[in-house]
Design a protein around this ligand. Structure first.
Ligand SMILES: Nc1ncnc2c1ncn2[C@@H]1O[C@H](COP(=O)(O)OP(=O)(O)OP(=O)(O)O)[C@@H](O)[C@H]1O
Ligand SMILES: [Mg+2]
Length: 228
């Protein structure tokens, strides 16, 4: 594999109030512009893994290197900066800011990261282009984000993750009642936009029906040595 975008080595993670480790991963690497489908049943540690990769959680042991940067060597503040500069996140609950409009939610990473703003160019134009590509009707753009349907909110979260072309995009599939057809349509849009931006995509789901089209599929049990 050429220089990986992401590399996990001898990683051990345990939740503070638990006796057993949640994740024990000897090695997991992702190459630049790869799109990886990660699946596993509920509770298998998918969201935990994504939070480690995003530098939100820290491992008990082991290394996480993203874009050549060992995340464990960074302070919490430096990890926050690294995340907003280089990683686009789509959370399971979307985490949209309820009182901000759709457009302002999409612009948020550019407010926190000069790098993202510079890479976006005209930030309002960039947000508009993404929202159009993601099929979000223009008459919704000034609405508070939480007045949108779940499927619409998911697309706002995707536009927010993609603005300013972060090198890595991480998506945690919503557990909500979005049907498989809608999820598949969303995923197709997300994959197209990531490819266009040369971003590496990690997409997590428990629904194997969505794996179609992904060259690389990883089941949590293949990389995690801890039994559920
Ligand atoms: N904040 C927390 N504190 C303690 N334990 C946690 C916490 N969050 C998750 N866990 C535990 O870690 C394990 C993995 O949880 P995680 O949320 O990563 O699973 P998941 O694969 O994302 O599941 P789902 O498909 O339901 O989203 C579970 O046993 C869960 O109970
Ligand atoms: Mg989860």
């Amino acid at each position: 594999m050429p220089q990986p975008v992401l590399s996990l080595e001898n990683l051990l993670f345990r939740w503070p109030d638990q006796v057993a480790a949640c994740l024990d991963i000897e090695r997991f690497e992702v190459a630049a512009d790869e799109q990886v489908f990660i699946h596993g049943e509920s509770g298998s540690g998918k969201s935990t893994l994504l939070n480690l990769i995003a530098g939100v959680l820290m491992p008990l042991q082991g290394n996480i290197v993203a874009l050549g940067q060992p995340l464990t060597a960074l302070s919490a503040a430096a990890r926050d900066r690294f995340r907003v500069d280089h990683i686009g996140l789509i959370f399971q609950q979307f985490n949209l800011i309820p009182y901000l409009s759709v457009l302002d939610n999409v612009l948020l990473p550019c407010r926190f990261s000069r790098r993202r703003a510079e890479r976006a160019g005209d930030i309002r134009q960039a947000a508009a282009t993404l929202l159009r590509h993601l099929d979000l009707d223009e008459n919704l753009w000034q609405r508070p984000a939480t007045q949108l349907s779940v499927g619409q909110q998911q697309r706002v979260a995707a536009a927010r993750a993609l603005i300013g072309r972060p090198e890595i995009v991480i998506a945690d599939e919503p557990t909500s009642a979005l049907d498989a057809a809608r999820q598949a349509a969303f995923l197709a849009l997300l994959r197209r936009e990531c490819a266009a931006a040369n971003a590496t995509l990690l997409f997590v789901s428990h629904d194997l029906r969505l794996a179609e089209g992904f060259v690389r599929r990883v089941e949590m049990g293949q990389i995690n040595r801890m039994p559920l």
